[in-house]
Write a protein that binds this ligand. Sequence first.
Ligand code: HEM
Ligand SMILES: *[C@@H]1O[C@H](CO)[C@@H](O)[C@H](O)[C@H]1NC(C)=O
Ligand SMILES: *[C@@H]1O[C@H](CO)[C@@H](O)[C@H](O)[C@H]1NC(C)=O
Ligand SMILES: *[C@@H]1O[C@H](CO)[C@@H](O)[C@H](O)[C@H]1NC(C)=O
Ligand SMILES: *[C@@H]1O[C@H](CO)[C@@H](O)[C@H](O)[C@H]1NC(C)=O
Ligand SMILES: *[C@@H]1O[C@H](CO)[C@@H](O)[C@H](O)[C@H]1NC(C)=O
Ligand SMILES: *[C@@H]1O[C@H](CO)[C@@H](O)[C@H](O)[C@H]1NC(C)=O
Ligand SMILES: *[C@@H]1O[C@H](CO)[C@@H](O)[C@H](O)[C@H]1NC(C)=O
Ligand SMILES: *[C@@H]1O[C@H](CO)[C@@H](O)[C@H](O)[C@H]1NC(C)=O
Length: 306
Amino acid sequence: MRSSTIIAAFAAVGSAMAQRPASTPICDYYTAALLKNNTAANQYTLLTLLVNTAVIGNYTTPNVGIAANGILNNGTYKGEPVSLLQYFDGALESTNFNGKAIAVNFLDGGGAAPLLLNMPANNTSSIQYGLITHLYQFFGALLSCSEYGAMGFPSYKGKTSMAEVHRFMDLEAAEVGYFIEQVGLSAASFGVTNDDVTAVGTALTKLFDYKCAPPVAILPNGTAELQSICQAEDCPVAPNATCAAYPLMGMPTSPANASVTVMPTGTVAPSATTSTASMFTGAAQAIGAGVGSVAAAGLFALALAL
Ligand code: HEM
Ligand SMILES: *[C@@H]1O[C@H](CO)[C@@H](O)[C@H](O)[C@H]1NC(C)=O
Ligand SMILES: *[C@@H]1O[C@H](CO)[C@@H](O)[C@H](O)[C@H]1NC(C)=O
Ligand SMILES: *[C@@H]1O[C@H](CO)[C@@H](O)[C@H](O)[C@H]1NC(C)=O
Ligand SMILES: *[C@@H]1O[C@H](CO)[C@@H](O)[C@H](O)[C@H]1NC(C)=O
Ligand SMILES: *[C@@H]1O[C@H](CO)[C@@H](O)[C@H](O)[C@H]1NC(C)=O
Ligand SMILES: *[C@@H]1O[C@H](CO)[C@@H](O)[C@H](O)[C@H]1NC(C)=O
Ligand SMILES: *[C@@H]1O[C@H](CO)[C@@H](O)[C@H](O)[C@H]1NC(C)=O
Ligand SMILES: *[C@@H]1O[C@H](CO)[C@@H](O)[C@H](O)[C@H]1NC(C)=O
């Protein structure tokens, strides 16, 4: 997609956003408000803008005067310093590869540069392409995009248990809190109302920011699986906690520093990454092929009711 197109569409929009009707999904409402036509392609563009901004910080012109610092940048959460880059650039052995903790560089597709151009990566075969497109898809489901799964908005192709995906990261409350805050600030930077930002933040917090949460289905037609992303000792314990269902009774150990040398460019030695390139190869191909239709899910309402 061309960034000039998006900028033009954005420029045509005033900063004052009206109240969203409760029956209109957040995704659909803001797609129409910001990009005019509520098509699958525009919904996917909205998720591209939302995720890219959350990941690298606000970069679109204009925004409504709210800054997002970015998940990959050092920041603070409630006064506590947070550095999430180390989980993405291969510095830590924090990726769950078939039950084994390994170091993976998820920024092998050009890092921030393509995101600034409203793209997921500079190369569809990169691990970065897989991760970032999975985030578009997953958050599109969370925000109840009506065209999720239709041609132009591929359904989620990643792993469905967030507890498994984040198992070896040993993420603390401030780290998960910072991530969720950046998603909220990204949305706010586009003019999403306070009420809607709060609703998204509350849903993300309930689903992912407690340790030992019982299994729950998140995606349309999903089966109940473990979803706690906050797993470190300082994470609040979920209501109805089922720690015994989690590996090590829900008490993970902190990830080791990568044993391979991390290059100044943020790339790691091939031995650490080649074994994992296959993780996303299928996904990239499936995305290119397009997929069948999926009924819109009342997922967001479900998340709020938890
Ligand atoms: C509300 C909080 C979060 C949500 C909803 C979320 C969601 C996701 C999703 C959907 C994926 C893709 C999984 C796949 O492709 O199979 C992912 C991967 C990843 N997330 Fe998160 N995440 C959250 C918080 C965090 C935090 C706080 C970190 C810390 C840095 C983090 C680091 C990562 C990394 C490194 C990956 C790649 C791991 C892999 O694919 O094996 N996430 N996340
Ligand atoms: C909106 O999208 C529909 C379906 O793709 C198309 O028929 C219509 O012409 C579009 N409207 C505008 C204003 O682009
Ligand atoms: C991010 O948003 C803030 C607040 O609107 C603005 O001052 C800053 O220039 C923006 N940064 C970029 C790179 O657009
Ligand atoms: C971010 O913080 C980490 C940990 O404090 C530090 O090692 C790193 O140099 C910082 N990075 C930048 C770009 O400031
Ligand atoms: C994409 O970026 C990576 C660095 O992350 C670089 O090595 C590679 O050459 C770039 N590929 C293309 C097609 O630009
Ligand atoms: C794209 O990235 C993959 C994985 O890093 C690499 O094998 C391939 O050579 C890259 N292609 C281009 C055109 O840069
Ligand atoms: C805890 O579990 C009980 C019994 O399954 C259920 O009635 C209750 O709603 C649950 N509470 C929460 C907060 O999930
Ligand atoms: C990784 O290295 C840093 C210093 O570079 C150190 O503070 C930290 O304790 C190490 N982590 C582990 C798990 O060894
Ligand atoms: C979910 O279930 C509905 C109703 O059974 C079905 O129409 C739809 O195709 C299913 N979606 C997926 C992704 O399986």
